[in-house]
Every structure is written in structure tokens, then in C-alpha cells.
Ligand binder design. Structure first.
Ligand SMILES: Nc1nc2c(ncn2[C@@H]2O[C@H](COP(=O)(O)OP(=O)(O)OP(=O)(O)O)[C@@H](O)[C@H]2O)c(=O)[nH]1
Ligand SMILES: [Mg+2]
Length: 350
């Protein structure tokens, strides 16, 4: 789809969470500029690197099912195949559909790994096809994006990545430091803002996050900014008082910009396994989330969780996070995702 351009990686953009880097502010990397010292990597290559662990389960383990040239598709084989699929967290429905497809078409035949991998590809694509979705942008005035999720899921880092995406596209960004719970959270976002050339609006520690959000959106309106991204403190989907706090933020920003927030993104850590599902459910119901950023895919062998998350809750995965740097974000594309998982399975080099 490619609403925005992602092209280069900047590994120096990896501040540690609580130790803001002393690197100079990002006035030196203006919007749209290239990080010239970096080697450009294609979208697919970066996605492949990020998905390496999940791909390993699918490609290598499926290949390992085949001792020599081919293997007879019998119930033992199908059981082993199901085990591999389940390990990627793609969920029982998708795993079962693949096993059924292989059984229906190939039972009692001696087949090659390629045939099985092809079935996996077809089934995954069919399940993910309708999930591609860009961000809803304001028709006029700033687009307001609220970023939510459980503790440590990658919210603040994802905000930095989104800010980088927008500034690269020539857009003016205001960040709202709505995580007033920890002083380090504000420092972390401030450091990113400095580095990325975004303005930041902060409030005193312990102050009402809704008032910071209000100030940030007001500033975005006043400054004629294109985007206002509001950070929030981590919370569990089961903490109803904290979920209400998110509702308050939404109400407050809507007073300033009628359609706001245009997006309420839920950042889910791909290593969370099946807990990702209850997060998606809880945040969708209580916080009105509109889409998901699936972070830390690079550290997970369970990237398949993208399938049940999108299927069960009708929440589109809008972006995937593939590392700690500001450039490690990809707009989600089912085709690229499945290609990154399975390409190379046929011995072809990327
Ligand atoms: N490998 C990898 N690490 C990530 C990714 N996204 C975030 N991280 C790391 O995960 C840790 C937590 O990220 P934060 O962005 O601070 O998470 P958060 O949700 O804001 O955390 P709280 O504000 O404490 O709830 C940091 O060390 C990040 O560098 C990703 O896509 N890949
Ligand atoms: Mg944070």
C-alpha cells in the first residue's frame, strides 16, 4: 500500500529506555532526508530479518519433516505439521485449515516440502488479506493518534517510529507525553522528540494524562501541526479505572478536534503469545482501539499471532515493529508478511 516511504535504517536511533542518549537533536535529520551513512535495505529484506525467528519455525521445521526427497502424507505427518504451525501462534483455526487442506489434497501421496509450504502461504494470505489498512488521517487540522497498551509493550518506541515516518514525509509532529506516571517515561519521549525534530508537550509528573493530552492537541492546533501523537502509561486491560482514564483522554481531545482521536493504536508485543489475544479484546472494548501495532516481531518466533488477533477481533494490524530503532517500523502488508515468512523456503535468495 505504501502511504509513506520507509527506506533506510538508522541503528544509532536506539536509545535505551531510561538512559537518554546524548546524540544531537534531529534538527540534523530533517524530514525526508536520507541517513546517508546507512546502507539502504529493501522492505522485504528488513521484514525478513525481523521475522527470522518465526520463519525459522515455518521453513526449517517444515523442511525437517522431510527426511529425504519427499514424505508420505499420513496422520503422523499431519500431526507433526500441526505442531509446527501451532508453535508460531497462528491459532488452532488457521493451523487446522492448513492441515485439512494438506490432508484433502495430498493424503497418501509422497510430497515435497514446497507443496506444504505453498498450502501454508495460501491459507495465511486468505486469512490476512482483508487486514491491510492505512491510518485514518484528519481531513483538516491535526490527526490525533492515541497510543495505548500494556506495560513495556513498545508504545513509546512505536511513537518514535511513527513520528519518524511522518517527519520523513514532511509532516509536522507534536508529541504528548501522556505517560505522567514515571519521570523516565517523559525523558524517554523527550529524547526521541529532540532526535526526531518533533515538538513535545509535557506535564508535571503525576499530573492528569488527559490534561497533557489536551495541551498537546491544543498546541498541535495552534502550531498548525499535521499530527499529534499522545503517549500513555502502560496498563492492563483488566484495570477498569485505568481504562476509563483512556476514555477521558478521548473525550478531552474530541473537544478540541471533533473527529479526534482519529486512531487509537494498541501496541502489542509479539512475544506476548496468546496473551496478545486478551489484550486485543480488552483494549478494543474498553479503549475503542482502532488498530494494532505489533511490536518486537524481530524477537519473536510467534509472529503467527497476527492471524488470530486480526481474525478474532476485527482489529487491523496497521504496523509491525521490527527493532528498537526509529526506522524499524513497517506498514503491514499481508503479501509482504507472508513472503517474508516463506520466501527462501524454496531455496531462492532474496
Ligand atoms: N527488539 C525490539 N525491541 C523493541 C521494539 N519496540 C520496542 N522495543 C524495546 O522494548 C522496550 C520497551 O519499549 P517502550 O517503547 O519503552 O515500551 P512502552 O510500552 O512505552 O513501556 P512503558 O511505558 O513502560 O509501558 C525497550 O527496550 C524498547 O527498545 C521492537 O519492535 N523490537
Ligand atoms: Mg512508554
Amino acid at each position: 500500500m505504501g502511504i509513506f516511504n520507509f527506506g533506510r535504517k538508522d541503528p544509532k536511533d536506539q536509545p535505551s529506555k531510561d538512559q537518554p542518549s546524548k546524540d544531537s537533536p534531529a534538527a540534523s535529520t530533517p524530514a525526508g532526508s536520507a541517513d546517508s551513512a546507512e546502507k539502504p535495505r529493501g522492505l522485504l529484506d528488513r521484514l525478513k530479518a525481523g521475522l527470522a525467528k518465526t520463519a525459522q519455525v515455518l521453513r526449517t521445521d517444515v523442511r525437517d519433516l522431510f527426511k529425504r526427497e519427499g514424505r508420505l502424507v499420513d496422520e503422523d505427518f499431519l500431526e507433526e505439521l500441526r505442531g509446527i504451525l501451532v508453535r508460531t501462534d497462528m491459532g488452532p483455526a488457521a493451523a487446522e485449515a492448513i492441515v485439512d487442506d494438506v490432508r484433502d489434497r495430498l493424503r497418501a501421496r509422497v510430497v515435497d516440502p514446497e507443496v506444504v509450504l505453498d498450502s501454508i502461504r495460501t491459507q495465511l494470505l486468505a486469512r490476512l488479506r482483508n487486514t491491510e489498512a492505512g491510518l485514518t488521517m484528519a481531513v483538516s487540522g491535526p490527526t490525533v493518534i492515541l497510543v495505548t497498551g500494556v506495560n513495556g509493550s513498545g508504545k513509546t518506541t512505536s511513537i518514535a517510529k511513527l513520528a519518524r515516518m511522518f517527519t520523513r514525509d514532511g509532516k509536522r509532529v507534536v508529541l504528548g507525553a501522556g505517560d505522567t506516571f514515571r519521570a523516565a517515561a517523559v525523558e524517554q519521549l523527550t529524547m526521541w522528540a529532540d532526535r526526531l525534530g518533533a515538538e513535545i508537550v509535557r506535564g508535571p509528573q503525576g499530573s492528569d494524562p488527559a490534561s497533557v493530552a489536551h495541551k498537546a492537541v491544543a498546541r498541535a492546533v495552534e502550531a498548525g501541526a499535521d499530527v499529534c501523537i499522545v503517549d500513555t502509561a502502560g496498563r492492563l486491560q483488566t484495570q477498569s479505572n485505568l481504562m476509563q482514564e483512556l476514555s477521558k483522554i478521548r473525550r478531552v481531545v474530541a473537544k478540541l478536534v471533533p473527529e479526534a482521536p482519529h486512531e487509537v493504536l494498541l501496541v502489542i508485543d509479539a512475544t506476548a503469545g496468546q496473551n496478545a489475544l486478551s489484550q486485543a479484546k480488552g483494549f478494543k472494548e474498553a479503549a475503542g482501539c482502532t488498530g494494532i501495532v505489533l511490536s518486537k516481531l524481530d524477537g519473536s518466533a510467534r509472529g503467527g499471532v497476527i492471524v488470530p488477533v486480526t481474525e478474532q477481533f476485527g482489529l487491523p494490524v496497521k504496523f509491525v515493529g521490527l527493532g528498537e530503532g526509529a526506522d524499524d517500523l513497517e506498514p503491514f502488508s499481508p503479501e509482504r508478511f507472508v513472503a517474508a515468512l516463506l520466501e527462501g523456503a524454496f531455496g531462492a535468495e532474496a
